[in-house]
Write a protein that binds this ligand. Structure first.
Ligand SMILES: [Fe+2]
Length: 320
């Protein structure tokens, strides 16, 4: 099953010149509301999105100029090597979250897994997660380290995490978060963003078309524009800004080569599940023509359920 790693490593004074990050943040604006996994099929003209904005700085073929500040940060890379006692790390992603006025927490979750030859580009998300929770593919998992770095201290905005596994109470990183980073295993360790201020008016909602950007070039004041109007305005210092970094982790070059050379096909995945289902005596087999079928998804999830971490707070994305 899932192996819970050590608690994440806390780094302080991570970025020497935070002004560089401020310039990068402005250059890459505007930012758009989080979509994807938690909000499939959102109506573009309905104000249903919380003010949780996210943009990629490094992803697949994209690398924003200046993002090397995070992508190849020496202390973060060393912390990842130390955390996993690994010789080889390959940084591949950097993205930024900006949040304000979230009356409830984000979802308690583990980050999306990857396996040899299988990731979001070629495999349904539910299947990747079932592969993780089944524990049947641990050998083929691509281990990834994550660093989360915070720009500032805002009202609320705790980082809650379960370093001892989902069955033990969570811990929180809150207060003096500015210019710190936590480096660890967010793919094995549950984590959750706490409510973010300002509080008192509930979670403010915008449409998926909304954009967050400086009010004017060089301004410390930022604003959310939605359907042609400014609907929220605050100093950047009051917006929770975090930069996430991910890398692949390998014991050594030989392991990297082996993992690259042995991709799992979908029929391989089905075969491995089917063998286990048979051993379990489950009345279910993996029908490759039904990978989008909610009935198959529910049946597989019932046999390989995700853990629910104790002490998790309600999420802004929970069904009403
Ligand atoms: Fe996460």
């Amino acid at each position: 099953m899932i192996q819970y790693s050590d608690p994440p490593i806390l780094l302080r004074d991570v970025i020497d010149d935070v002004g560089e990050v401020l310039r990068l943040l402005e250059r890459v604006a505007p930012y758009t509301p989080l979509g994807g996994w938690y909000r499939p099929g959102a109506d573009l003209d309905a104000a249903t999105s919380p003010m949780w904005f996210q943009n990629d700085w490094v992803h697949a073929g994209v690398r924003v100029e200046g993002s090397e500040l995070f992508l190849f940060h020496e202390s973060v890379m060393q912390a990842a090597r130390d955390f996993y006692d690994a010789a080889l790390i390959c940084p591949h992603s950097v993205y930024v979250n900006l949040m304000a006025a979230l009356a409830q927490s984000g979802p308690a979750h583990t980050d999306n897994p990857r396996f040899q030859g299988r990731d979001r580009s070629n495999t349904p998300m539910w299947l990747l997660r079932a592969m993780l929770w089944s524990g049947l593919f641990d050998e083929q998992a691509i281990v990834q380290a994550t660093s989360i770095w915070w720009l500032n201290d805002v009202e609320g905005g705790a980082f809650r995490y379960w370093p001892e596994g989902p069955g033990k109470p969570p811990q929180e990183h809150l207060g003096a978060m500015a210019n710190t980073a936590l480096v660890g295993d967010n793919h094995g360790m549950f984590h959750q963003v706490g409510p973010v201020g300002p509080f008192g008016r509930g979670t403010r909602l915008v449409t998926p078309r909304a954009e967050l950007a400086p009010l004017a070039p060089g301004s410390k004041e930022w604003a959310v524009s939605d359907r042609g109007k400014v609907c929220y305005q605050a100093p950047l210092a009051e917006i929770r800004v975090s930069v996430l970094w991910k890398d692949d982790v390998y014991r050594d070059e030989a392991q990297r080569r082996r993992q690259l050379a042995e991709p799992l096909s979908i029929p391989d995945v089905a075969r491995i599940f089917d063998r286990d289902l048979e051993e379990k005596g489950a009345d279910l087999c993996f029908d490759l023509d039904r990978l989008e079928d909610p009935g198959l998804i529910a049946a597989v999830n019932a046999i390989y359920p995700e853990a629910i971490p104790i002490g998790k707070a309600p999420s802004i994305f929970d069904p009403a």
